[in-house]
Structures are given as C-alpha cells and as structure tokens.
Design a protein around this ligand. Structure first.
Ligand code: HEM
Length: 384
C-alpha cells in the first residue's frame, strides 16, 4: 500500500532526494516509538549512520554501487508464510473501495468453522489488495448476539470481544502467539475484523482472508490485557496542550510482553511507564508524534518484569489547536470522549503474563475495579 516500490536501482534512483528527506525527518520507514525508551521486536528505525549514508549518496548524485556486491532482495512468499493454515476464513463479499473520499473503517463479522474449542498458535491476515488496506485488527466473538455482517466502525469495534487475535499492518507477517500461551478459540466463535481502507485514486476491491494455525497444547500461561483508559476527556477548541492521565497498580508480579496504545486524531504524545516498588522508573512506551494512521501493536524485544505493587502510569497530550495538522476541525471545535472519528480516546493496553498463574484472579479483580471506576469516573473519584 506504499505509493511505489523501492526494490531495484532504477526504482530508487529518481527518488533519491525525497528518500534522503523523508528518512532524515524519520517519516520513513514508519515507526512511532522514540528510540531509547522501551525496546521492541522488529523496530523499523534507521540508525543515524544509515540516514547519513542515504543523505551523502543522494548528494553525490545517487551513484549505482558495484553490482558484484549487490545483495539479493528478499523474496516475499505469495502464499501463507507459515504453510497451509488449519482454517482459512474469507470475507464472503469483496469490499469495494471508492477512488477517493475519506478513509473507511469497516467491521466484518464472519462465521467460522470451529466445532470445538481450539488453541490458536498463529494467525495471518492477507488482504487481496495491499494498495488500499492500511491496517486490520482481528477479534473473536463467542456471543450469540445478532450483529450485522458489515458495519462502519471507527475507533472501537462496538462489541466486547471474547478474544483479541492481534492485527496486521504493512510490513507485518503472521502473528505468532507466545510459547505456552496459545489462547482458546471457543466453539462457534465468529471472526470480527476491523479493516482500515485508504482510497488510492481509483476504484479498488479487496477480499481479505485470515489463516488460523491451531495447536492441541492447552495454554499454561495467559496473556492478560492490563488496560488503562479514561473517558474524562473534554478538550476546549484551541487548547494546544490538554493532558490526560491514568494509573493502575498491579497487585501481582507480571511479565509485560507488549503494549497497544490507542487514541484518535488530536492526540500528539503518548507516554506510559511503570514505577517499580523500589521507586525505579521503567519506560513502557514513548510516542512523541502520534499518528492515528500508523497505529501498531508493539511487542517488547524481551519481556519486562513488573513486580507486585508496580504502578503503571500513562500520560497522553492532545493538541486541539490549528497548529495540529491532523486536527479534523477547521476552525477547531470542542472534542470529548467518544468512539466517533471526531471524538477522542485515551488507552494503553499492556499485554502481561502473570509470573504465578494462580494469582491471575487477583489481577482480574483489580482490573474489574479499575473498569468500574473509569466508567463512573465522571461522578466518583476514589480516594488514593
Ligand atoms: C528506508 C525505508 C523506506 C524509504 C526510503 C521510504 C520512502 C518513502 C518515500 C520517498 C515516500 C514518499 C513520500 C512523499 O511523497 O512525501 C514514502 C511514502 C510512503 N511509504 Fe515509505 N519508505 C520506506 C519504508 C516504508 C515502509 C517499511 C512502509 C510500510 C510499512 C512504507 C509505507 C509508505 C506509505 C504508506 C507511504 C505513503 C505516505 C504515507 O501514507 O505516509 N514505507 N516512502
């Protein structure tokens, strides 16, 4: 879905100047977390030396290197990257994406052939048309609540899923679950996919598929979503620095394995860290220039151990002034919490594995308490 390919010298040479520019600004390759805070697997970031090399090469007239030292460009398999899936779920009707107009956030609810509970080892999302698919988030829904097979859904998917199955954005391959933590996909579950389509100038079609890989090994560990969120968002028109904070103290020791942040268009900065019981600060995420269009799910390079009584804190900053190029309103308007395009949200999901699985219910109770307080947060502030 990038506007052009950069895999041969002939493709790259005419773009040398813009390549030097977008890499210098760190707009490309797209990667939001700031270097040096938390370390993630698969960071798409160039080093200062690499950026300098591109700059010097462009300034020198983009010379071709010695063909003898040419590295063979990796080939990307056209088929499923992990071999034949155990189950393939395909959207029944192709999605029609018009030539232009606003981005489309479409939710699809697709039945799956899951006659008995299966444990999910890996999932791969494959759009048929990568030019228009910006990202996809996948969930399972085990409820029998009627739902349209297709509905618009910006922000949230509009139902409480029974399982999060990860997602896809350009450059991502299959999602592999952590060893010993294959989550159960309940019998009769439906797949809910939120797909973000980006019109590319001509009418397009996409018919995506999802491949599931199962294992018979029941999980011995569980990844728990430690979610921090708040609905207390009310940003005056023109306010260039509106700060939202939230915190949560984990009652048990966990290993944080990943983090998923979420906000909409006027959010600019996202920070999350943990204060360990001894007072040490451990960064979990730092995004200095949030861009809704490049949202991702981040997995830590190595799990971060958070002992019992660690306090997780988040701080999001919103710019609802004309200085924010991504402000959807001109002139700016008041923005409040809500699921719509023009509303805002603030959430951090720290994917955590309890160190002692038998303590899981204690974490569950604490999380439930936090949800209750956040829903009632406008009316009731608990004592610290
Ligand atoms: C060092 C690696 C990369 C270079 C040198 C590069 C270069 C560029 C350039 C020159 C543009 C056009 C910018 C403009 O016209 O203003 C661009 C746009 C774009 N690139 Fe890259 N790119 C890189 C990596 C990537 C990766 C890894 C992805 C996908 C994961 C990607 C996705 C896009 C997209 C979607 C656009 C369209 C503009 C946007 O949506 O922000 N690029 N890139």
């Amino acid at each position: 879905m990038a506007p052009f390919s950069l895999t041969t010298y002939d493709e790259v040479r005419p773009k040398a100047r813009i390549i030097a520019e977008v890499t210098r600004k760190r707009a490309m390759p797209p990667w939001q977390p700031v270097a040096g805070f938390a370390h993630f697997a698969g960071e798409r970031r160039l080093s200062a030396a690499q950026i300098r090399t591109l700059e010097l090469w462009s300034a020198a007239g983009a010379p071709e290197g010695d063909p003898k030292t040419l590295q063979v460009f990796p080939t990307f398999p056209d088929e499923w990257q992990l071999g034949k899936p155990d189950l393939v779920v395909e959207v029944p009707e192709p999605m029609e994406v018009p030539a232009d107009g606003p981005d489309i956030y479409q939710c699809f609810v697709v039945p799956m052939e899951v006659p008995r509970t299966r444990y999910v080892r890996a999932v791969e999302f494959r759009p048929s048309n990568r030019r228009v698919v910006h990202h996809a988030l996948l969930f399972a829904d085990a409820s029998r609540i009627g739902k349209d097979p297709k509905y618009p859904c910006f922000g949230t998917i509009g139902l409480l899923p029974s399982l999060g199955l990860g997602g896809w954005s350009p450059g991502n391959g299959p999602i592999r679950m952590l060893d010993g933590a294959a989550p159960p996909l309940q019998a009769g579950s439906r797949l809910v996919a939120q797909v973000h389509y980006h019109p590319d100038g001509k009418p397009e079609m996409d018919k995506w598929k999802v491949g599931f890989y199962f294992t018979d090994e029941a999980p011995v560990r569980r990844v728990v979503d430690v979610g921090l969120a708040t609905r207390a968002i009310d940003i005056a028109a023109g306010d260039a620095h509106y700060v939202v904070r939230q915190h949560f103290t984990i009652p048990i020791a966990v290993d944080a394995v990943g983090v998923i942040p979420h906000a909409h268009l006027v959010c600019r900065e996202m920070r999350a860290w943990a204060i360990l019981p001894g007072g040490r600060k451990q960064w979990l995420l730092n995004i200095a220039d949030w861009n809704f269009n490049w949202q991702d799910q981040y997995r830590y390079a190595t799990p971060i151990r958070l002992p019992a009584d660690t306090r997780i804190e988040m701080e999001f900053v919103y710019d609802n002034s004309t200085a924010n190029p991504r402000n959807p309103h001109s002139p700016p308007q008041r923005v409040v919490w809500g699921p719509g395009t023009d509303d805002e949200m603030a959430g951090i999901h720290v994917q955590s594995i309890p160190v002692h699985m038998e303590e899981l219910p204690e974490l569950g109770r604490a999380l439930w308490g936090a949800v209750m307080r956040s829903v009632g947060g406008r009316f009731y502030t608990p004592p610290e």
